[in-house]
Write a protein that binds this ligand. Structure first.
Ligand SMILES: NC(=O)c1ccc[n+]([C@@H]2O[C@H](COP(=O)([O-])OP(=O)(O)OC[C@H]3O[C@@H](n4cnc5c(N)ncnc54)[C@H](O)[C@@H]3O)[C@@H](O)[C@H]2O)c1
Length: 224
């Protein structure tokens, strides 16, 4: 059920002390229609269970080894969950069924430019012979290939190899290079700051209670 007009959506953040979690907390605090009601993070001494009672929606930016358990805990408690964490197997969430008490929305990338990159790459792959992906991220990222690269390859035609680069100084970048006789096409997206993800995260927070099926994967379903 959607939140009645004028009532602020209560949002808790899992991974609140992390790079993305801190940015999400600030974005939620800056939105008039949202209220930050909890920060769950072992680094803060607060568990997910501590914050679930006061939340309508949990935003999860944690680790590949905790995201699934967190999502199942949220749904069991009747709290919608927006997952940004990458590198975990989301398949068990499909077993939740239509009668689950809350919805799950997952996006491997919340930046509008990245969503467009994936869309253009999918289209281009139908017209050019071969393609490869180079994804580049900061060196503390735990998973490889990135969720964005894996999703891009999934949306593209043919077998698309992925190359991962991990270096200090980078945030989140991806190049899709397509080749055909005598020509190449390069589609590149750069997230230069974590703020690039925030409009997409807030959109998902506002819409997760109304999505038509759950789990729903990909910001494109909320945008286009
Ligand atoms: N979808 C997107 O657009 C997008 C964008 C950037 C990053 N990411 C993904 O977000 C995730 C987080 O990235 P980051 O750079 O913020 O990582 P980070 O390491 O800075 O933060 C993760 C935080 O999660 C906390 N944590 C660990 N277990 C927890 C649990 N059980 N409950 C609550 N909190 C827990 C950690 O203490 C840490 O503070 C990664 O999987 C990354 O790939 C996704």
């Amino acid at each position: 059920m959607s939140t009645p007009a004028g009532v602020r959506v209560r949002v808790a953040v899992a991974g609140a002390a992390g790079r993305m979690g801190q940015a999400v907390c600030a974005a939620v605090e800056g939105a008039d229609d949202l209220e930050l009601t909890g920060r769950a993070d072992p680094a803060l001494g607060t568990s997910l269970a501590d914050v679930l009672g006061d939340a309508d929606v949990v935003v999860d930016f944690t680790r590949p080894d905790t995201a699934l358990a967190n999502a199942l805990e949220c749904v069991k408690a009747g709290v919608h969950v927006v997952i940004g964490t990458t590198g975990f197997d989301a398949d068990p969430l499909f077993a939740l069924g239509r009668d689950a008490p809350a919805n799950v929305f997952i996006a491997p990338n919340f930046a509008i430019g990245a969503v467009l990159m994936m869309r253009f790459a999918a289209e281009a792959s139908q017209h050019m012979e071969k393609a490869e992906i180079i994804e580049l991220h900061h060196d503390r990222k735990l998973d490889r290939p990135s969720g964005t690269a894996a999703r891009t390859a999934q949306l593209m035609q043919g077998d698309v190899p992925i190359h991962s680069v991990r270096l200090p100084g980078l945030v989140a970048h991806q190049e899709v290079i397509l080749g055909d006789v005598g020509q190449t096409l390069t589609i590149r997206h750069d997230s230069l700051e974590r703020e690039s993800f925030m409009p997409g995260v807030l959109l998902a927070v506002r819409k997760v209670s109304d999505i038509s099926h759950s789990p729903l994967i990909g910001l494109e379903h909320l945008l286009f």
